[in-house]
Design a protein around this ligand. Structure first.
Ligand code: DGY
Length: 321
């Protein structure tokens, strides 16, 4: 038995960890929905060679400085804005995320959110449950069409491209904004590169934000952006809440500057019932479940465990950043 210790910050399926347990001492915070308290995380990290972390854990300089044995941090997410990656790398700590395994699942959720928002699915369900459905009417809960409309995708990486493939099936016109143009995708999907966000906002019926959170994208979608969207435009965010200026989004929704929004992510999570977005009927709100299918979460958990196993065995990680 190796003396190295691994700490897992949330309850994960036992079968994803059993290989690690054969060689190392693995401890796990046994709660599924309650995060590991910061003090405990700091204490466990200070003894650990490997950490399996969630997007809600802050792996910052304070933690890294107190964790002299740490060799690997494997984040159960493709996003890694919760980790000071550069600082960790400077300390020879390998940081890994879980790309690819969650691409299709997250695109499914993005498209579900788009459809639920456009066709007012949640509002209509509530209407029936609350016994408000007294008669049928031609425009009762009428929403917006999805097929044949224009979708503007901000961030045409793996997930953005998977969203675009779904949109193609709905015969949508696809516009995208990205750091670089992707001619292969343009050929495959007939997508059009739009270099400025203003034009993308003006031309799109739906805007989907899929861009990673970085210092460059923080606050990218602000009141100016929303002012250029169509008044019947719908905004969907499956990336990170702080890519959006949230008060500006609330204002755009309240004032009717845009029609509706579907949101899986928020500036500060979890949001509470008194959040201004919760008071609006024209939004669909989800608790950050982009990659949340059972199959994909299991794949992500296995990948984090494999990454930790590789690094602790002195091998290349599978998906290092
Ligand atoms: C990720 O992996 O970054 C997603 O936000 C999780 O749903």
């Amino acid at each position: 038995m190796d003396t190295k210790r691994i700490f897992v910050t949330r309850k994960l399926p036992e079968e994803t960890l059993h290989l690690l347990r054969k060689t190392y001492t693995v401890e796990m915070w046994e709660e599924e929905e309650t995060p590991c308290p910061r003090e405990l995380l700091l204490e466990k990290a200070s003894q650990a060679s490997g950490l399996i972390t969630m997007l809600s854990d802050k792996i910052d300089q304070e933690l890294i400085k107190q964790s002299p044995h740490l060799q690997v941090v494997a984040n159960l997410a493709v996003g890694h804005d919760n980790i000071d990656v550069e600082y960790a790398k400077g300390k020879n700590i390998t940081v890994c995320n879980t790309p690819d395994v969650l691409t299709e699942t997250t695109a499914d959720l993005g498209f579900s959110l788009l459809m639920a928002t456009a066709r007012r699915i949640v509002e209509a369900d509530t209407y029936v449950r609350e016994d408000k459905w007294q008669n049928w009417g031609p425009f009762l809960m009428a929403g917006s069409d999805i097929h044949d409309k224009t979708l503007g995708i901000i961030g045409m990486g793996r997930i953005g491209s998977a969203v675009a493939r779904r949109a193609k099936g709905f015969n949508m016109e696809i516009l995208y904004h990205n750091r670089s143009q992707n001619e292969d995708l343009e050929q495959e999907l007939g997508a059009t590169f739009i270099s400025d966000l203003k034009t993308l906002a003006e031309r799109s019926d739906f805007v989907m934000c899929v861009v990673p959170l970085t210092p460059d994208t923080e606050g990218l979608l602000n009141s100016e952006f929303f002012s250029h969207m169509k008044s019947d435009g719908i905004f969907v965010n499956i990336s990170r809440g702080t890519v959006v200026d949230e008060p500006a989004l609330v204002e755009a929704l309240e004032s009717g500057q845009i029609k509706a929004a579907g949101l899986d992510v928020f500036a500060s999570e979890p949001i509470r019932a008194d959040h201004p977005l919760v008071k609006l009927d024209n939004v669909v709100l989800l608790p950050h479940i982009g990659s949340g299918s059972i199959e994909t979460r299991e794949r992500m958990a296995k990948l984090t465990a494999k990454n930790v196993a590789c690094v602790l065995a002195g091998e290349e990680a599978i998906t290092p950043l």
